[in-house]
Design a protein around this ligand. Structure first.
Ligand SMILES: *[C@@H]1O[C@H](CO)[C@@H](O)[C@H](O)[C@H]1NC(C)=O
Ligand SMILES: *[C@@H]1O[C@H](CO)[C@@H](O)[C@H](O)[C@H]1NC(C)=O
Ligand SMILES: *[C@@H]1O[C@H](CO)[C@@H](O)[C@H](O)[C@H]1NC(C)=O
Ligand SMILES: *[C@@H]1O[C@H](CO)[C@@H](O)[C@H](O)[C@H]1NC(C)=O
Ligand SMILES: *[C@@H]1O[C@H](CO)[C@@H](O)[C@H](O)[C@H]1NC(C)=O
Ligand SMILES: *[C@@H]1O[C@H](CO)[C@@H](O)[C@H](O)[C@H]1NC(C)=O
Length: 344
């Protein structure tokens, strides 16, 4: 057989054509689209992972042989498929256009593809880059964590995507909008403080799709701190309430004492940051007057405050009331007293 027609190639001819086509592989500088030279390939092709990519090559009727190559491997030579990859199909083979399609594109398909033609016995090539994009996806993120105040915390957020996503961490629980706390996969907090507890959001961003966002909660334990303990004056026969407010994580347990006697709290309210314990005297008598101690305890420690229940005419030196009042919202148990609201 003297001539190898490129449409119907016997095996021996394939080898010959293959070798000839290999000579057509560009040696260096790719022919940019827009150049006057043939063949005219399109601009670089950008597709998302899973989509189909169409590789087009504009030719003219002087062209006698055409092929599309992936790096140095022939995918199609004329109408003959050389690639064994079922995702590669031919779309158009006319005197003016020669196009193939790669279906279900994956990241390893990224790279240079070459349209190779022969015109008047001169080999010419044009190169196009297939760029594969992948939406950002967080692959591995730290779990919610509970630590004691003063310790160090490292959160990790690993994301994939093409182009490589930018990973940022943001503290969601800050009201004053502290913004980004880390522009990195790692969020490192040393000597953590109680106000650094709350939700942290990891965001992985590239320009392919919406950012992938996940949240991690940091709980910071700290020992009780009594924020409000107020002396109360009440007449005999009236109702009297002593209240003691403590902030603690985990939530404090309260105990009330007068000298060595333990009293049972009558109410307990939960607030976002603090708990209030109350001791109620439904009918105050002389013997109820005196100093009471409120003890707030959690697993990290305890603290106490002294509160005086006094009668009319009593002289109280130094009102024992803490300045930082915490707004409370919810009664957990006990009775709701109108008296309490008057106090606020
Ligand atoms: C292109 O070549 C690369 C590297 O050999 C290969 O991994 C990929 O599957 C090829 N893609 C197509 C569509 O032939
Ligand atoms: C095509 O992509 C390659 C590799 O990413 C790049 O070097 C080249 O400048 C791009 N060409 C055009 C026309 O965008
Ligand atoms: C996530 O990262 C941690 C710490 O680097 C590692 O121990 C774990 O195996 C990773 N998990 C996955 C699913 O990659
Ligand atoms: C309060 O206690 C006193 C003395 O025990 C009693 O006389 C009085 O009736 C009580 N008042 C109420 C409202 O229970
Ligand atoms: C009660 O507490 C106040 C203030 O802490 C103190 O000045 C006072 O002496 C105490 N009274 C008694 C009877 O313990
Ligand atoms: C209250 O606190 C003081 C100082 O921390 C401690 O000495 C005292 O024993 C505490 N009282 C109670 C009743 O826990």
């Amino acid at each position: 057989m003297g001539v190898c027609g490129y449409l119907f190639l016997p095996w021996k001819c394939l080898v010959v054509v293959s070798l000839r086509l290999l000579f057509l592989v560009p040696t260096g500088v790719p022919v940019r689209s827009g150049d006057a030279t043939f063949p005219k390939a399109m601009d670089n092709v950008t597709v998302r992972q899973g989509e189909s990519a169409t590789l087009r090559c504009t030719i003219d009727d002087r062209v006698t042989r055409v092929a599309w190559l992936n790096r140095s491997t022939i995918l199609y030579a004329g109408n003959d498929k050389w690639s064994i990859d079922p995702r590669v199909i031919i779309l158009v083979n006319t005197p003016t256009q020669y196009s193939i399609m790669i279906q279900n594109v994956d990241v390893y398909d990224e790279g240079p593809y070459t349209c190779s033609v022969q015109t008047d016995n001169h080999p010419k090539t044009s190169r196009v880059h297939l760029i594969v994009q992948v939406p950002p996806q967080i692959m591995n993120i730290s779990s919610d964590v509970t630590v004691n105040e003063g310790s160090s915390v490292t959160l990790l957020c690993l994301a994939i995507g093409r182009p490589e996503p930018t990973v940022t961490w943001r503290h969601l629980s800050v009201k004053d909008g502290q913004g980004f706390v880390s522009e990195d996969e790692y969020l490192e907090i040393s000597d953590i403080k109680r106000d650094q507890s709350g939700e942290y959001e990891c965001s992985a961003l590239n320009d392919v799709a919406a950012p992938d966002v996940r949240k991690v909660k940091i709980t910071v334990n700290y020992p009780p701190y009594i924020s409000k303990a107020k002396n109360t004056g009440v007449s005999v026969g009236q109702k009297g309430i002593l209240s003691c407010e403590a902030s603690a994580v985990p939530t404090a347990e309260f105990q009330w004492f007068k000298e060595d006697t333990r009293y049972l709290e009558s109410g307990n309210r939960a607030c976002p940051k603090g708990h209030t314990s109350t001791l109620t005297f439904f009918n105050v008598s002389e013997k109820d007057y005196g100093n009471y101690t409120c003890v707030a305890t959690n697993k990290l420690g305890n603290t106490n405050a002294s509160i005086t229940l006094y009668g009319p005419g009593a002289v109280i030196d130094g009102v024992n009331s803490a300045s930082r009042a915490l707004a409370c919202c919810l009664w957990l148990s006990g009775t709701l007293f109108a008296h309490f609201f008057i106090k606020f």
